[in-house]
Design a protein around this ligand. Structure first.
Ligand code: MCN
Length: 796
């Protein structure tokens, strides 16, 4: 494996090696410090009283009993804190100019709008006292009917936000005006049309570490340090400063170790604002630790969409048009990027297929009396992939052809890249036929189809299903200009500083904020490859805005294709400067030097060479530098990518369904995820494994279910079925590497890829197993009960 030619790699072979993650010993042996582990002398503990009603007027709140309890410092309602906020909680993505965004404060005033909405809070000497004290707060509620069903929400019979007067937040069209006529024509003239509704159930991200916050005012100077289990320290710093009116230079955010996020920690939460706001008011440290069931209620949920899809094809199965209508469930309020999530998928509904411009899409998003939704691994893109891939299988069934064959007929040909899609976006590179061929080979697709034909006979109680899915992902968010065109309030750049210390050890400072992705290892490998040194000689500094002041954090599988590339570019800048110093020292021209395995050599003069260590020391002492050159070896780069990165892949699986119990067992799972050049294949594999399991979980097990009154029925791990290791099938990964031509490392992101391919793959297998029994479709999650009921319904 090599990096692309325009880089100045010295090619020591570190890049692409299966190096073990250097951060793991600390994380795996309990040595790592998470926010909740921090010892903070004199801190007050926050507990939040949450509404037990999904929708209710708050008639009165009596805090007197709680105030009088021993160990209680103070008790606050939303009204008490009105002066603490400079503005309402932020939503960074006003997707349309007329989007309805209700005011949202850390504690509700007037009305509670979901079960879990904070209505009062306590500060006490210990967490236990604070939690006991909230039980003593007496709130009189006047319950209102809850809006849970998305189509009921659209009907506006019960209005959640009175000041808005409708439950609709926005309607976002993509290409409708231009293409509606063509799209209808394509559907009217099609030889085959698929017209289906898919429900993306609500999911709970369920990071292993719940959220935790410590807000520490510094004793002198009015500065505030916020420690938080977040994946966005830089964004959080700006947003907290704006929301609380804190001068930004006096605000620092630090993430101690973070135990996963999956998008749920890409946010600005009420508890962060409460802790900082109260710590500032009282000039005392304030902390909060989330409980697991609180996490299920008060940390964002994901997915939650209804998708109506019409897919048109000619007699050969070539796609001729597509219409998509979405209803997005925003939950009770808009969090940081809530409204943008369904739209991120809007660009991907044609998957990896050639699609004429006869495409139209619109998304109407509504408020409901449930936990706010926001980004969850894949954020819009798994939903879009599910829709096109599930519809492709339906189309193949209608045409009575093999689903893999149908896909091959529609793949964007490899030679068409870079490919301008129907949306105007340009896909960088792809080889879908290869990914599909590798996957089919690993699954032994043809042999399995033959076996299936023998096994799935009418009286068999065990039926085999074969699932195929392909995908394109739009990640590495993104060129700032494109984000601007989508009304996103931030850019898509990333920053890196690379510093060679006097003893030639290297510091990399990054704006990315890892929470399980192994950046310390991967970024060390990039720098080690560039400088021809051991990755152990590189230290990666991150997740502290005082140390890494510029950054846009980690989400959207952006850290490598944006942040990692920035590091590569900063290394190049440092090497350029070191080359000038080496040339000066050896009385040669910089053009005559080569840098190989950490040593500067004058080409053709074997006795003339200087190691990086010598140059680093020269740069430090600055006794004899070229005229005008600044001392020290350090460079900073802020990189704004010219395009998204476009990973793609094919997933395949085999399932066996017991028709008497509805039990579905995934027998075999194959994933070929092409993320361009791989910095560390071991990390890539780990990312894909984790992602696949989350996609599998959506297909078969997980669902945030609510009753009609808006009670969350799955608020503990007894009801919310996160798979254990024992539930995970054998996963075989196949290799396909198609470098991205848009960045110097040739990389694309991989953090969400597995999740995007997996749910449609498994659900296609489920329906494939049962279609012979007359089952047309099953909505996720395909639990044994749902499968059994679908079989019974089809048979009767
Ligand atoms: N990588 C690589 N070669 C590639 C692509 C990636 O070696 N061609 C490596 C990178 O160097 C990095 C890791 O894979 O170490 C992931 O990189 P990238 O795809 O850039 O994704 P991010 O680092 O930006 O991580 C975000 C992504 C997202 S969006 C979610 S959600 C997610 C995920 O990562 N949440 C995670 N993976 C997770 N993994 C863990 N353990 N916990 C989470 O919460």
């Amino acid at each position: 494996m090599t990096i692309t030619d325009d880089s100045t790699s010295t090619g020591n072979g570190v890049l692409g090696s299966r190096m073990l993650r250097k951060e793991d010993p600390e994380l795996l042996t309990g040595e790592a410090v998470y926010t909740a582990d921090m010892k903070v002398a004199g801190a007050l503990h926050l507990a939040v009283l949450r509404s037990p009603y999904a929708h209710a007027k708050i008639v009165s709140i009596d805090t007197s009993a709680a105030v009088g309890m021993a160990g209680v410092h103070s008790v606050y309602t939303g009204a008490d804190l009105a002066d603490v906020w400079a503005s309402a909680m932020p939503c960074a993505w006003p997707v349309t100019e007329d989007m309805n965004n209700p005011e949202h404060y850390p504690l509700a005033v007037g009305k509670a709008k979901y079960v879990g909405d904070g209505v009062a809070c306590v500060l006490a000497e210990t967490d236990a006292i604070a939690r006991d004290a909230i039980e003593q707060i007496d709130v009189e509620y006047e319950p209102l009917s809850a809006v849970i069903d998305l189509e009921d929400a659209l009907a506006d019979n019960t209005i959640i936000h009175d000041e808005i007067g409708t439950n609709v937040s926005y309607t976002w069209p993509l290409l409708i005006e231009e293409n509606e006529g063509d799209c209808q024509k394509a559907i009217d003239e099609a030889a085959f049309v698929v017209n289906e509704r898919y429900v993306q159930q609500r999911l709970i991200p369920m990071a292993m570490e719940p959220r935790a916050v410590v807000a520490m005012p510094q004793p002198f100077g009015g500065d505030m340090t916020l420690y938080s289990s977040t994946q966005v320290p830089h964004i959080l710093k700006v947003m907290v400063a704006l929301t609380l009116g804190i001068p930004e230079h006096q605000m620092r955010v630090v993430c101690p170790s973070v135990g996963g996020g999956f998008g749920s920690k890409l946010n600005v939460y009420a508890e962060e604002l409460l802790c900082v706001g109260l710590a500032r008011t009282l000039n005392m440290p304030v902390r909060w630790n989330e409980e697991r069931s609180e996490n299920a209620q008060a940390t964002i949920h994901g997915r939650a969409q209804i998708q109506d899809i019409e897919l048109a094809a000619d007699e050969n199965g070539k796609l001729t048009g597509m219409r998509v209508r979405l209803i997005g469930d925003m939950g009770a309020y808009l969090q940081l990027v809530t409204p943008g999530v369904p739209l991120l998928g809007g660009f991907l509904y044609a998957g990896v297929y050639e699609m004429p411009k006869a495409f139209d899409f619109s998304c109407t998003s509504v408020f409901t009396n449930m936990t706010p939704t926001d980004a969850y691994r894949g954020a819009g893109r798994p939903e879009a992939t599910y829709a096109i891939e599930h519809a492709m299988d339906s189309l193949a069934r209608k045409m009575n052809i093999d689903p893999l064959e149908l896909r091959r007929r529609n793949f964007i040909p490899t030679e068409s890249y870079p490919y301008e899609a129907y949306t105007g976006l340009v896909y960088d590179s792809g080889d879908h036929d290869k990914a599909a061929t590798v996957a089919a080979g690993l699954l032994d697709y043809d042999a399995l189809r033959e076996k299936q034909a023998k096994v799935n006979v009418p009286d068999s109680t065990k039926r085999i299903g074969i699932g195929v899915s392909t995908y394109f992902e739009m990640c590495g968010l993104a060129p700032s200009r494109v984000l601007a065109s989508l009304n996103y309030s931030a850019g898509g750049w990333e920053s890196a500083t690379v510093r060679v210390l006097p003893t030639s050890k290297i510091q990399v400072v990054t704006g990315t904020a890892p929470h399980g992705q192994g950046h310390e290892t991967a970024w060390s490998m990039i720098a080690a490859e560039k400088f021809g040194i051991d990755p152990a000689d590189v230290d990666v500094l991150h997740s502290d805005t005082a140390i890494a002041p510029l950054g846009l954090d980690t989400y959207g599988s952006r850290s490598l294709p944006v942040g990692g590339v920035a590091i590569g570019m900063a290394c190049d800048k440092v090497i350029d400067k070191a080359t000038q110093i080496a040339a000066h020292q050896m009385e040669a021209s910089p053009g005559d030097l080569e840098f190989v395995h950490g040593v500067f050599k004058v080409k053709g003069q074997p006795d003339k060479e200087m190691p990086l260590a010598a140059i680093a020391f020269e740069a430090f002492t600055a006794h004899d530098l070229p005229d005008g050159l600044e001392p020290n070896l350090e460079a900073q780069v802020t990189y704004d990518p010219p395009n998204f990165s476009w990973p793609f892949g094919t997933h395949m699986c085999a399932v066996e369904i017991d028709t008497e119990t509805g039990e579905c067992e995934v027998l075999q799972y194959v994933a070929v995820d092409d993320c361009g050049v791989q910095v560390n294949p071991l990390i890539v594999e780990g990312q894909v494994h984790g992602g696949v399991i989350q996609g599998l979980a959506q297909a078969l097990w997980e669902e945030a279910s609510y009753d009609s009154d808006g009670n969350l029925l799955s608020s503990t791990l007894a009801e919310y079925l996160v798979p254990s290791a024992a539930d995970v099938p054998p996963i075989t990964l196949g290799e396909s590497i198609t470098p991205s031509p848009t960045n110097q490392l040739g990389v694309k992101g991989v953090g969400e890829a597995g999740t995007i391919g997996a749910a449609p793959c498994v659900m296609n297998a489920v329906v494939d197993a049962l279609s012979g029994l007359g089952v047309a479709d099953i909505q996720m999650p395909a639990t044994p009960q749902k499968i059994w009921e679908a079989i019974q319904a089809a048979q009767s």
